[in-house]
Design a protein around this ligand. Structure first.
Ligand SMILES: Nc1ncnc2c1ncn2[C@@H]1O[C@H](COP(=O)(O)OP(=O)(O)O)[C@@H](O)[C@H]1O
Ligand SMILES: [Mg+2]
Length: 501
């Protein structure tokens, strides 16, 4: 076998081009060449099969015409005009759907002089079925994942989630809607459990940044020494070990969105100046870095403390206070808007049922009247806990006064029906004197170790809960507000315990 080597690389290239074109023209289902004026100058043998579908009986009716006139939806003219190839495309017209490829043709000077088009496959919807099916499945999965991601980022609450139609609640919502539009820093003031975090999410959701992140930091929950890294991040290589790769801070994480600074009154003084700078300059400096990074963050701060008093006492920087206090919203305590109690109870009861899987409970008018007489120092969070406890204690669908009796949370005024809500919440209950507790007299000789007595109380409580739950351990654990694991652990310890059935 002899082999003739081409004289030079250009010759090899020219040969490759020629033989490839011939191979494509022969083996593709069809091929056509179009000149610079979009006129069809040549079609392959194979292309003849498509002519009837396009409405032609003879090649003479087709060749010589402008391609856009004889092949509906073709992009050959586009390839000629832009000089950009379309390597793979689906073309659909009255003749069917085709997998096609279109390449510009250039002269030696690189000018586009026409284009060549190949029909690679006809009926790609059947021959390429597995591929197309996989593509559309992946597309669907991608859409679902995108939606889930968006749903996770979206705050769970809108301003309407702030339940209440009392004048005080309506005023809070009116102010919230207004500041949401303005988009500047907001300060939410109110006792614990009044709905500051819920409202912050609502303000974010009603503003221009709704599609971006809502990032919360509870300053009281982060140790002082870690706060700076939590806020501003750590530069790569700042420490050896676990943090070598660096870590993004909350400011960066919230970039473009909203940063919720909960319990801002608990901010250590040393960090207050750094926070103020970040707010003023919209710039942060990660720990261990000497570069500043720009961030675009909307701040919503909240506190249950009296910031003005803290400023006076020198524990909160005045300049930071003025910076935050541009648009303050004061959230009323629950005892200041008892008119909303019923609506709140209804909404919370539904939410508790949805989360626990237990049936929705309603609250009788008498029980509602009882609840209205409490002081609610923990506000709506406390109300929620109270309802949750009561729902766990009973299977009754209507909660009566007796379901709210006799456990922590009931304050003194609850036992005197005529009492008005106390203006001062019972934040500091009177110290329990021994006299308030029933103390049985026990002869010193019969005193047993505390652990033994506690175990006995536990044993009795678990036995009664099991009996009351018909032996259903999961239900018994729920009623005792203990984990199932803890219940099983106790049962293993006391094999003599009846199982309640
Ligand atoms: N106006 C309200 N409507 C419905 N639920 C509320 C309202 N205010 C507070 N809550 C509920 O009470 C609990 C405490 O609210 P949260 O926003 O965390 O209070 P704060 O941040 O002021 O301590 C949450 O479960 C919240 O959903
Ligand atoms: Mg809170």
């Amino acid at each position: 076998m002899t082999m003739t080597l081409p004289a030079d690389a250009d010759g090899l290239l020219a040969m490759a081009g020629k033989s490839m074109f011939e191979a494509f023209a022969r083996d593709a289902m069809g091929a056509m060449v179009v000149d610079r004026e979009h006129r069809v100058v040549w079609i392959s043998e194979g292309y003849l099969r498509f002519l009837p579908g396009l409405g032609f009986t003879e090649p003479e009716q087709f060749v010589g015409r402008r391609v856009e006139e004889v092949v509906p939806n073709t992009l050959m003219a586009h390839v000629i005009d832009t000089g950009q190839p379309i390597l793979v495309d689906l073309l659909t017209n009255q003749a069917g759907t085709f997998l096609v490829s279109r390449l510009p043709l250039r002269d030696d000077a690189g000018r586009v002089i026409g284009a060549v088009g190949f029909v690679l496959l006809d009926h790609p919807e059947t021959t390429m079925q597995p591929l197309l099916a996989k593509f559309s499945r992946l597309q669907t999965e991608l859409d679902t994942a995108r939606q889930q991601l968006a749903a996770q980022r979206r705050p769970r609450h809108t301003i309407a989630s702030f339940i209440g139609a009392s004048p005080a609640a309506l005023e809070v919502k009116r102010q919230a809607r207004r500041v949401a539009q303005i988009g500047s820093t907001v300060l939410l003031l109110g006792e614990t459990g009044t709905g500051k975090e819920l409202l912050a999410q609502g303000i974010h959701a009603a503003g221009a940044r709704a599609a971006r992140r809502f990032v919360g930091v509870n300053i009281a929950a982060v140790p002082d020494t870690l706060l700076e890294a939590e806020f501003f991040g750590v530069a790569p290589g700042a420490y050896t070990g676990a943090d070598r790769r660096g870590r993004e801070g909350k400011f960066k994480h919230a970039d473009g969105g909203t940063l919720f600074l909960d319990e801002i009154g608990d901010m250590p003084l040393a960090l207050q100046s750094k926070l103020l700078r970040a707010l003023q300059e919209q710039e942060i400096e990660p720990l261990g870095s000497n570069r500043v990074e720009r961030v675009d963050v909307r701040i919503i701060a909240a506190t249950s403390r009296d910031l003005a008093a803290m400023v006076a006492a020198g524990t909160f920087r005045a300049d930071l206070y003025y910076r935050l206090n541009v648009l303050p919203i004061r959230l009323p305590a629950l005892r200041e808007r008892l008119a909303d109690l019923e609506a709140l109870v209804e909404s919370l009861a539904e939410d508790i049922a949805r989360r626990s899987g237990l049936p929705v409970r309603s609250v009788s008018p008498e029980a509602l009247a009882l609840l209205a007489r409490r002081a609610w120092p923990g506000n709506i969070r406390e109300l929620r806990n109270t309802l949750e406890q009561a729902a766990l204690m009973t299977d009754d669908l209507v909660l009566e006064p007796r379901h709210f009796d006799g456990w922590a949370g009931a304050d003194a005024s609850a036992s005197t029906p005529a009492a008005q809500p106390t203006p001062e919440p019972a934040t500091a209950p009177p110290p329990a004197s021994a006299g308030a507790l029933p103390v049985p007299d026990v002869p010193p000789g019969t005193l047993r170790p505390l652990s033994e007595q506690v175990a006995e109380v536990e044993r009795t409580a678990i036995a009664s809960a099991l009996r009351a739950s018909g032996g259903n351990r999961a239900l018994a654990a729920r009623r005792l507000r203990m984990s199932r694991a803890a219940l099983y652990e106790r049962l293993a310890r006391w094999p003599e315990l009846p199982d309640g059935t």
